[in-house]
Design a protein around this ligand. Sequence first.
Ligand code: AGP
Length: 612
Amino acid sequence: MCGIVGYVGRQGCAEILLDGLGKLEYRGYDSAGIAIGVEDGSVQTVRAEGKLKNLQRAYYQAPFEGLVGLGHTRWATHGSPTESNAHPHRAGRVIIAHNGIIENYASLKEELLASGRTFESATDTEVVAHLIDRELEKNPDLSLHQATQNMLALIEGSYALVIMSTSNPDELIVARHASPMVIGLGEDEYFAASDIPAVLAHTRQFIFLEDGQTAILRRDGLQIFDEQGNSVEMTPRRINWDPISAEKQGYKHFMLKEIFEQPARIADTLRGRLSKELDDVILSEVDISKEWLANVQKIVIVACGTSYWAAQISKHMIERHARIAVECDLASEFRYRDPVLDENTLCVAISQSGETADTLAAMRMAQELGAKTLGICNVVESTIAREANGVLYTHAGPEIGVASTKAFSTQLIASALLAIWLGRRRGNLDAQGASELIQTLRTVPNAMEKILLDAEQYESIAPDFADAQSFLFLGRGPQHIIANEGALKLKEISYIHAEGYAAGELKHGPIALIDEHLPIVVIATKDRVYDKVVSNLEEVKARGGRVIAVVTEGDNHVVNFAEKVFFVPDAHEFIQPILTVVSMQLLSYYIADFKGTDVDQPRNLAKSVTVE
Ligand code: AGP
């Protein structure tokens, strides 16, 4: 998830671009750059690794100015965050900034290399610049827009593009598919941006480009085209947000914004990783050989906090579909026991930040004991990602809210991909079985959108439960894990004590807690243990417990035992935990918001625990 800003108008744009990139910092950056068309018709570029202030420092060392330009902050998904990989990228007369993933860039790059073109970076974006430049080279009479349209017919994947060229220095070309792009309208000036905050200081009139659309921005006007190249009229919308709420895209908290962006981030995490035949998973970055995997005796997964609950779900998925024994350890516990592992062990470290001290130490310990290691991380080139033998990135984008939401659900997606990948390579999952699981994974974004449509239902019950002193969360199997994640979400943002428990354990103690003051959240979705969970639910109701149930849509039985019922779409067991966790997130968010706690930065908590 990167940040892009573009400008065409009547004023020097350097400050506009740099300020705009600053407003997109929440989208993450590990490198950045700007390019501006200067008076002599050339385009000057400056790029810098690391924080935005490095770019500003580099720019002011040798400033340049012009009326047309573009800028980019990179949140690396392919290729390390170096200056050479930073955008804007240039190929011949074309300069480009891109947000998204070009899935077929490798084959296109091979073709371009074979034709004698050379590359400076490891990015997919540079390939796009070469494709446009090649079109202009083949036919100098082509407009930049036509050359761009010809390129778009060749690529597959997601993109938001801002393009300029030395042969057409007075215009920007914009294109989008599956990555956001807005166009700001000013007085004889136009803006392009990944998100509203980047240019809200200059205009409140915006057009939201739709998938497949392209646009030409010139000082004297704006043209928008549909996928077929037909001119279309779009009605601008006035945005009245203040700058701060604009960074949250109008949501009250980053956590709520990140809950709602999960379908898109899950689509990003799946993108480019499903074989064309949809009967296998492509995890090129994992870099662990099939031969070595054949001898793996067990997998140990180490993690902390919410990532530990992702580890437990991963265990269920891998044992069920890859038939490899999996142990899960809290990293802080793993470090101080005497684990039995060796060169036939795969140690998986799950960490959003890739910097959690206990998880890093546990992974290093496993390496010292001979295990191969695999990181499942959200931050490219983080310490765990760098030191592991292989890495599987979630593409959740920067997660600003301390309470992990989209990072967790994309960790579950990554775990599901890993389970299929392992199962196919161990020979325990055939093509048909893999295809069924992959088709199921592809339904997650839409199924999740359905749950998010019910958000107001969760908001409406918050006042009824905000005064509770404690909550119990119950489930069985993978839903027992989600019950624990739900308890963690509630306690860390609302400061209400909460405990997740295996529903089958009720009689072994926690049933003594039940009375009319204790809310009990029960996850009772239609799965192999549904009937067992329902009988637990009846036990709770019989003792006066206040039941909040999460059930499969169409279930009209549980409603007889619950004070409140939330529905999730009927889904394959493989993806049910990925759906029910959204209910947990929404319930905990609205209770905390009603209580008025600092949802995005709860007391005593840090986003990344880099100390023991
Ligand atoms: C989750 O909501 C918490 N913020 C916390 O438990 C977090 O999951 C834990 O600190 C692990 O962080 P990591 O994934 O970056 O390693």
